[in-house]
Each structure stands twice: as structure tokens, then as C-alpha cells.
Design a protein around this ligand. Structure first.
Ligand code: SAH
Length: 505
């Protein structure tokens, strides 16, 4: 298993400077023991004009299997024989990526104390990986490396050259050429070799997300295959992938001036301190919601789909809200909310005002009845459309708070987000995004079915053509004591229908 890195040197510098960058002297062959075998670094050629470093990894298959077992699971296939007889020792794969990370760790970080100016320079580089497992074929290899500035030559390797009719193996022989910083080149390989291999040899834990984001910094945020890369790198574990995609979206948005919905929430705390920054949309949304709640005279408030509890925190700052309950289906979000709100360190009196409940809004929940107001801030679009009637019934039919505030993205505005590719929703987990017309139609029907009135308000800068980035509906329950009877009857029949829907859903 090996790869070579060649260069003809940066402007006016000898090619052998590669040795400084890699922290490995061109005159020496060096060995390093890694967790899965021995890595060798040597220089097949080291001249002023051209210098090539080779990284060769000798994998110890027994150690590999032992490791896999220790970790309880691994890429090692199930059958006992296959554990020993597989391609791991011969093909470049995630093991090679791990070796790059450990043997060239300073180079990956772009550190070079002896020649501090070198890591920042762009070098003509040629990287060869003679045998690279590539699930997805040469086409995918191209799609992964080309957007990063590489000229890609990926030649499929025949299963057996003596029998061309057998066709190609799943290996390619890869040559990458480009003018890049060495640290970037190594970080591309570190992430993309295992992505192409798509069979990690070790158990993927949540710190892999941090590793991916560190190695992907500066290039993964904008990569057109970001989703595939993230999903495969994280062993197709959806919760980790989602976490990583959220954080990538955050990084991308934090860079641009645009402020975007929930993804920005984590960055909001810092942003709130700096007055010159435009007020992030997430903050504007919370201000709008707080305004509505204050005017409604509500004291006991539900935040449904509270996420990490930012709105709950804002509500608690205002003494008029005597009881604040955050509800979310995600235990992870609630843990984060609890940490942010410092629930554990609250005085008993403070703590008596707040509760965080785990629950799904797609089911009626008795704990949610009897409140003055409920907020659904950027939540409905996270439900599959067929589940929406169930949420509608749980909130408007069963819990029936006096005021309900619903916010959701206005999809028409998406063309104004420069960072958002055409036709994409704003967040990986959004199941739909509505136009103003669609949102209105839904809200008006909901109001009719459940005896509420509804008004609409924009949140964020309103564009003359496409409207505001966020749309808000404020529902007020008809006063049951004074309202005419017909609505009540209408309401009852419709409610029964929706109950059936909710049960069926
Ligand atoms: N209200 C917050 C968070 C919005 S993100 C804000 O405005 O920033 C959407 C939240 O809805 C997530 O925390 C998600 O876990 C939650 N959610 C999605 N489906 C849900 C369901 N069926 N029941 C309860 N919460 C749900």
C-alpha cells in the first residue's frame, strides 16, 4: 500500500524543500510504527529539480483483526477467513489515511519551524496512488478531487490483465496533479482516501466528526459532494452525518455575511455582542416571537421543538413568563439545552419556572394542555408532510394553547442566499420549504379547522419580490365562551377527522 508525492519545487526553491515540509530528511529512509503495522518514508528521487517522497505502509493483518475485535466492530468482514484474507494490506485505504495523519502530522497542520514560509506556498504537486479502492469508480474519483483544483487521472485497474473480458476491478490507479499547498493536498487525501474506500477499519465514534471538520476546514464547506463525503467518511451513521453537515453549514454561513436560520444559532451568542454585525436572522426571529408573546399577555409558554433552548433562555429572562416548557424529540438537543441554560446550577425558584420535556409533536401529549401560548419556531419543516396533520392535531386540536406562533422559511427567499445552491433547501433536515402562498393556505385551513384566527408577519429584511427570509403566522384561539356556536360544531367534526388522520399517521 503506498503513495508518492512529487514536486519540482516552489518558485525559486529546490525541490528537496519537500523534505522540510514533510519533516522527513530526503537522505534517510525512516520507519514508523503505527497501530496497524509499519510505515516507511523514503525518497526514490531527491534532486534540486525534482523530488519524490514515498509513503509505504506494511500492514500487519493480525494486528488489524485484533484491533477490530478490541473495538467490538470494524471494517473487517464477518467470516473468520475473510478477516485475514482481504485487500487491506495491499490497497490504499483508510489505513493509509491514518498513516498520513500520524507520520506527516506537522505537514498536515501546515507547521514547519525550520522554514516557516514554506507551508503557505503553493507547490506544483503530483501524487500517485497506484492501487486505490474506489467504490463509485473513476467518475467519483474525478468528482471528489477535481473541485479541489486537481487534474485527475484515474485509470480503472483490470481484475486480471490476462483476462480482459473479466472487466475492471474496483480499484483505480490514481494520479493527481495540481498547484496546491502541501497541507491542503494531504488533508484532501486524509479525508478522501477513506471516502473512496468506503470501508473503514475502525469503529466510527463521534470524535470522527471533529477530525473530519478539522481536516476539511477550508475546502469541505464548499465541496459539491459534501454530503457524500461526510456520509461515507462517518461510516454512514446518520446522526453523525447530520451533526457534521450542520456544523459545515454553520462554518459556511459564518464566513458569508448572510445570516441564516437555525444553523447560525450556535454562532449567535458571539454575534450578539458585536453591535456592528447585522443582527442574525435567528436573533431577529426570537425577537419577533418574544414581541408577539409579550403582547399576547401569555404567562405560561411552550416552546415546541425547542432545539438547544435559545428561546427558552430568552423567555426566562423576562419575569412575565412564569412557566416556560421546552419540548423536543431529540435527547441530544435537550441535553445541550440543559447545559446552556445551566439547569443544574439554577436556584430552586428559578428551576421551578422551567422544564424540558422529551416528546414527539406527532403525538398528542397531555402534558402540553393548559398553556397560554405555544411556539413552533422552524419546526414544521422538519416533519415529513404526511406527519403534519398529526402535529396539527396534537397542537391545535389537543393542546389548544391560546396563542400559537409558527415560523418557517419562505422558500421564495432562497434565491437571495448567495451560498445556497439553486433548488436546495436551507438545512439538510428540512423535508419541505414553503412559498408564502403555501404557508398561508396551510395556516388558514388549520385556523378554520380548529377555531383559531390567524395573522401573518414577516421576519427579517423583506424583499420586494420574494418577501422575507422567514414567515410567521400568529394564531389566536377563538374565545370559546363568546364565539358563535357554528364554528364550535365545525371544529368538533373536523377535529374528529383529524384524530383519525393522526392515528393513522
Ligand atoms: N425551535 C428552534 C429549533 C428549530 S430546529 C429554533 O427555532 O431554532 C427543529 C427542532 O425540531 C429540532 O430540535 C428537532 O429535534 C425538533 N423536532 C423535529 N421533529 C420533531 C417532532 N416530531 N417532535 C418534537 N420535536 C421535533
Amino acid at each position: 500500500m503506498f503513495l508518492t508525492i512529487s514536486t519540482s519545487g516552489a518558485a525559486g526553491r529546490p525541490a528537496t524543500d519537500l523534505g522540510f515540509l514533510l519533516h522527513k530528511h530526503p537522505d534517510k529512509a525512516q520507519r514508523f510504527s503505527t497501530s496497524h503495522g509499519t510505515a516507511h518514508v523514503l525518497y526514490p528521487e531527491a534532486g534540486e529539480e525534482r523530488c519524490t517522497a514515498a509513503l509505504l505502509l506494511e500492514v500487519d493483518p493480525v494486528a488489524l483483526v485484533r484491533k477490530g475485535k478490541e473495538r467490538g466492530r470494524g471494517g473487517a468482514p464477518d467470516s473468520a477467513l475473510a478477516q485475514y484474507v482481504n485487500d487491506r494490506p495491499y490497497a490504499a485505504s483508510s489505513l493509509l489515511a491514518v498513516a498520513i495523519g500520524s507520520v506527516f502530522s506537522s505537514a498536515v497542520k501546515g507547521q514547519c519551524t525550520a522554514r516557516p514560509e514554506l507551508p503557505g506556498q503553493v507547490w506544483p504537486l503530483r501524487i500517485e496512488v497506484p492501487v486505490l479502492p474506489a467504490r463509485g469508480g473513476a467518475g467519483l474519483v474525478e468528482r471528489l478531487f477535481a473541485p479541489l483544483g486537481w487534474k485527475v487521472t484515474a485509470r480503472p485497474v483490470a481484475l486480471d490483465e490476462r483476462f480482459p473480458e473479466w472487466g475492471d476491478s474496483r480499484y483505480v490507479s490514481l494520479v493527481l496533479e495540481g498547484e496546491l499547498r502541501l497541507a491542503d493536498a494531504l488533508r484532501h487525501l486524509y479525508v478522501l482516501l477513506p471516502v473512496l474506500d468506503d470501508a473503514k477499519h475502525y469503529w466510527i465514534s463521534s470524535d470522527e466528526v471533529d477530525k473530519l471538520l478539522r481536516a476539511g476546514e477550508g475546502w469541505l464547506e464548499g465541496h459539491p459532494e459534501q454530503r457524500l463525503i461526510t456520509n461515507r467518511y462517518l461510516g454512514r451513521r446518520w446522526s453523525l452525518t447530520r451533526d457534521a453537515l450542520d456544523r459545515l453549514a454553520l462554518a459556511r454561513l459564518a464566513e458569508s455575511d448572510d445570516t441564516e436560520p437555525e444553523e447560525l444559532d450556535n454562532a449567535v451568542d458571539e454575534a450578539e455582542d458585536t453591535a456592528e454585525r447585522p443582527v442574525p436572522l435567528a436573533v431577529q426571529r426570537r425577537q419577533a416571537i418574544l414581541g408577539v408573546l409579550r403582547r399576547s399577555g401569555a404567562a405560561r409558554v411552550l416552546d415546541l421543538g425547542c432545539g438547544q433552548g435559545q428561546l427558552v433562555g430568552e423567555l426566562l429572562k423576562d419575569a412575565r413568563f412564569t412557566e416556560v416548557v421546552g419540548v423536543d424529540v431529540s435527547v441530544r438537543a435537550l441535553k445541550e439545552a440543559s447545559r446552556r441554560l445551566r439547569l443544574e446550577r439554577m436556584t430552586e425558584r428559578q428551576a421551578a419556572r422551567v422544564a424540558l420535556l422529551q416528546g414527539s409533536l406527532a403525538y398528542t401529549d397531555r402534558r402540553l394542555t393548559g398553556y397560554d401560548a405555544a411556539v413552533l419556531s422552524e419546526v414544521i419543516e422538519h416533519l415529513d408532510l404526511p406527519r403534519l396533520p398529526a402535529l396539527e392535531y396534537a397542537v391545535f386540536g389537543a393542546a389548544r394553547p391560546g396563542t400559537v406562533v409558527v415560523t418557517t422559511p419562505n422558500v421564495e427567499y432562497n434565491v437571495r442566499w448567495e451560498t445556497l445552491p439553486a433548488g436546495h433547501v436551507r438545512h439538510g433536515d428540512h423535508r419541505f420549504e414553503w412559498t408564502r402562498e403555501e404557508f398561508r393556505a396551510w395556516a388558514v385551513e388549520v385556523a378554520e379547522r380548529h377555531a383559531y384566527d390567524v395573522d401573518f408577519a414577516p421576519v427579517g429584511p423583506e424583499d420586494p419580490e420574494v418577501g422575507p427570509p422567514t414567515q410567521m403566522a400568529v394564531f389566536r384561539k377563538h374565545d370559546t365562551t363568546t364565539k358563535h356556536d357554528t364554528t364550535g360544531k365545525h371544529d368538533t367534526t373536523r377535529t374528529t377527522e383529524t384524530t383519525k388522520e393522526a392515528k393513522a399517521a
